[in-house]
Design a protein. Sequence first.
Lengths: 314, 307, 434
Amino acid sequence: MAASMKSLVLHAGVVALILALQFVLPEYHHGILARTLVLAIFAMSYNLTFGYTGLLSLGHALFFAAGMYGMGLGVVHLGLPSLAAVVFGVVCAGFVAAVIGFLALRTAGVALMIVTLMFAQAGWYLILYFGKWTRGDEGFVIAREHRQILGIDLADSNARYVVAALVFGAVLIAMLKLVESRFGKVLVAIRENDERARMLGYDVSAYKLGAMVLSGAMAGLAGAAYGIMFGYVGATFASVQYSILPLLWVLLGGAGTVLGPLVGTLFMTYLIDKLSEYTHAYMLFAGLILVLLTLFARQGIMGEVRRRIVSWLP
Amino acid sequence: MEIGPNLVLAVLEGALAAAVLTLTAVGLSLVFGVMRVVNVAHGQFFMLGAVLAWTVAHYVGVNPTVGFVAALLVAPLLVGSLAVAADVLVLKRIEYDPENTIVATIGMLYIIQQAALMRFGPDARPVEAPFNHRIAIPWFEYTDKGFSLYWPWGLGTTSYKLAVIGFAILILIALWLFLSRTRAGLIMRATQQDREIAQAFGMPVGRVNALVFGLGAGLAALGAVLIVPIRQAHYLMGDEPLLLSFIVVIIGGLGSLAGTVVAAILIGMSDSIISIFFSPTLAKVVSTLLVAFVLIFRPQGLFGKRA
Amino acid sequence: MTMSDRKPKLETRRSVLGKMGMGAAATAGLTALPGFVRYSQAASSEPIKIGFQIHRTGIGSSYGRWYGRTTEAAAKLINAAGGINGRPVQIVAEDDGTDPKRGAEVVEKLATEHKCDVAFGTLFSHVVIGSAPRAGELKIPYFVVSEGHHVASGMLNRYTLQPGITDVKSQVQAMAPFVASNLGKKVTMIYPDFAFGHDHRDYFSAAIEKQGGEVVAKIAIPPVETSFTKYFPKIPRSTEVVYHVMVGPAVLTFVKELGEFFGSSAPHLFGFIDSLEAVDITSPGLEFLDGSYFWEGNPRYAQKDQTSYDKVYREAVGVDANGASVSDPKDVSTYAHMFGCWETLYTIKAGMEACNYQGVGDRQKLIEAVEAMTAMPASNEHPQGAKLFNGKTHQVFGHQYISKLTDKKLVVAHTTSIEDTFYPDEVDYTKMSF
């Protein structure tokens, strides 16, 4: 089987497995998994800029929030129907990513890290400043009647699980195709050595900006989906914490692998969930496990899998 | 308040913020410059300094001056030692790989924060300053009798705040002397400039790393001990200093201590001064964007070298 | 494969332990860990599980600690008196980290994994708003102890109620008459730039204007701010009263710096005790607060006219006459808020008894029973004072206390009537379907 066929079968298989699990899993896990799948989309968006293009952004919370608030404000203040609001959220996020990318990509390395962080912080303060419309840190609820898309009630946990799995699956396959495409390979070349890529004649700035915009739109999709599926829009999702979390998920799961973000997000979510059942000090143990992982799984979980077992893993 | 006195107050408050920020950021600058690693747990060393200061002062008991002086000596040493241990046990073993260091230090952040919550508790606790007197500051006004002094409502500072500013300056001078006049300082600067050549010259780069990490943490803890009588000790107080220190180090320019100091002063002051002219949250937006645009137009920072 | 089999919680945990190779000894060891769920000894029938969403970590942890102690004390007393409908009460606590995302997950966990009958206990507004939708979807009665106006504003759902603590709108507007007639009519407000702060700003401005007063300056402090002196120059000279309600770990700094700014020439001060919850009023640097006034949800210091109900409550929770822990006089409680947990638990009990609650099939009956409640007289079950519950808005109303800091103790100077705190209904949840 050709390598790309093998990959497609594997990734499609993962999605099929997730869909099949809903018949086996207890109800509690339906909810947790649905949330994790949407956040895994966010992690995948981060993987695109960080794992594949080598851009360390600390401002992705801004794109996630742009999608979430685009959708939320669209529903509540502009009266948009639900699906249109989600699309509006994605467009907002893409637009924000384009502007930020245009400005921030003039820098690189640690300077890029701080510039993106600053823009994200400014975004968070602005959400608070315009509290009259955004309700600031408290946030607002998306009423149940606005959470129906194409006849599906997103408040119903079974329907929601399927929708989350399908949207995640679509983005996963899209990432796979992107990574295997020419565009994706150029991004990897830029990550490895952007001077060389430039000398080979590639317009490195355009590729970086393209990666940023795509990544921003994907993060916005995750944000808009999260808001409409779980019914809450709030400034917490624009805070620094949500710029650090996708970085953590991607590094844990394996940066530069397509399945890595899902694995990382699942791992952290279940780690905290399970540990909190046994002790109040679950964050301490979570920290210990993170340290141990850096000592024993240097490339992240899927990165190690790729290194030691499945070398063709994209 | 009229603009004159308001500016004086803003400058004084800004100087205080800058003093503490300088100590914290210089610690990070050393770590960043010499070891080239992003230490996400740096803010937690700051917090530990404050928490340990409370603990020491609490146990030494009666006299606030004795308690404070004890804290000043003990807390940075303890925190520095903890940092050295963390370096030897973890960071060395992962060979300072940039991405893994980020994850490992995030892990350390969780561990330290949770441990502080468990031992210190969730409340903010005050530490008494060794001395604290309110000092009213006069200002000029021009009347038909000529210039005269008056005491504007609310314009003042405290003796302790001035002492912190002075003490921070002393520490910085001591640090500068250490780095430029001692052998250990020379080795540190050499390792920062070019690690491989330093190694080739037989310098114990591994030990330098551990010491620098310890020194960086100790300086942050020292800044925290100084500020804790003004701001209380709380287990979540490490998050903001982390952010600010990073901004300062990168705006100042990687590898330049002078840059870090200048940037800390600028950023400490600007926050205060900008908030005179804008509503508080808007002032934060403005300061944040200012930092971003400084870096966009000068990515190497103020004193850094262009890559 | 069959449809999802719902394993009872105990069996799932046992199988997990089995997989980890631990034996029964380890199970016994685990029950000794803090936070592990304990069965009460009072009655032998199946317990009523009350899910407790607690802020054990994060910014709300100071409050979470005392909410936990108060909840445990109330549950113990309820069980000693025979439980609810002859069944023991079991508190199942989960930490939400004062985070809205985690809060929604905790509600999910309490409802679907721990199979709790009801959930309660959330304090911080953004967590309440983030978690309430899930409670509504899961159709689990969700009793919040939050002080936020969100329940009564109609934003949430029919499953969310706040019967144990009054909301910020009613508290704030009840303060205006006292402030205007005793302290001054020109007010400068200092509040956090949070929705909670904005509520204070909006409701108090409207209320003081009705009294012929005026808010001369509104200073909104950005969140996570740690130094405040630079904002004080914005206080106009004409200010007669500074109204302050700061929350968070930096409040002590705020109060100290306020004192240092004004020195001896301060205007009148009116603050909300939120600024000093869990903080010892005798701490160094707070001397200048002497003589100033505070809103207290529940008077921290036992007053001359202390009711027997307050005595019983203090003894059960382990709090002395100064509002501090009996085992550590420096450990000051969050006295103005934690009573909400006690009263909410007793309200749940009253509701379950009124509708003869047997199991999760009776949840809607429970909500209807609580909606039917009106007057709640002062009693051991309601030690903060008499209350009036509004079934339509799901919000309770009660007395508010204004205290003066005199000789390092807070002495109640004025108690508002319950009517002082009323405002027009903004929603009627009873008209909504389940």
